[in-house]
Design a binder for this molecule. Sequence first.
Ligand code: UDP
Ligand code: MG
Length: 317
Amino acid sequence: MKPILYIVIPCYNEEDVLPITCDMFLGKIRQLSAAGKISPESRILFVNDGSRDRTWEIICGLAEKDEHYLGIAQSRNRGHQAAVLAGLMEAKDRCDITISIDCDGQDDINAMDEMVDAYLDGCEVVYGVRSKRDSDSFFKRFTAEGFYKLLNAMGAEVVFNHADYRLISSRVLQEFANFEEVNLYLRGMVPLVGFKSTSVYYERHERLAGESHYPLKKMLALAFDGITSLSVKPIRMVFFAGLFIMMLSFIGIVWAVVAAFMGHSVAGWASLACIVCFMGGVQCLFLGIIGEYIGKIYLEVKHRPRYIISERTEGME
Ligand code: UDP
Ligand code: MG
């Protein structure tokens, strides 16, 4: 049986670019199924993310014109990550593999061939990784690459230079559905599910039409979400900052006492300085201890699966 592929495409105010790129996606489905790699039942699933322009009308028109096009619309704009998730969850029971990709033609659609090949070779997750960032400004490249390094330093596992262009099998999506958190950072969450994975490399181009919906503000918000959703290390840092300030406060205390004995201070200053230093340190340390518990609570409320079984021998099915 050839696998059924669903290409999941989030769209937000994309009336300019959708009429151009929709044919590319359909062409790719036709080409892959003619090559015998995927089933002719494969589909293109557009997710309208509360667009204010004619995006949904265009999607409906496409769905009427050709059975390969499907569409769902979110009740309002919820952001790129939620739109991708909605599409993946809708697709998971209807197909064997999904590939999520932006609708603006930036990601090289031909990388899908390699992704499907990798799946046929036994990989359940295939990350699309940008081979270079020539089309980015220096600022974007510097901040983006720095951010991947920062995330990894924080203990979150993210694939360097991979955004949201990836193949995920429906089997992995079934497990992924158990990650019930609402603060989404998909590229950090998918590696948590595990299973055999690999990367394919592609060049990212300029947008074919329309403009980016990721201004600096949204990018920073996503980056912040990435760190705080995947790591409790920032909380742990409070504890170590508390420990450090506590140690500093002892130096302060020694200094105040010495200054008082040598007669370099007015009466009462040393005792006050000692109390201020000590209280500052103690408070920070205690805040850190409370933080440790909050970090634990944070991890608990996410209700992430504690284990995922990938293989079973006969008799354990
Ligand atoms: N997008 C979305 N909801 C949003 C913002 C963006 O579904 O609130 C979609 C958008 O239509 C596109 C993808 O997410 O398919 C990536 O957005 P964009 O190309 O604007 O970001 P950039 O490539 O500039 O980072
Ligand atoms: Mg884009």
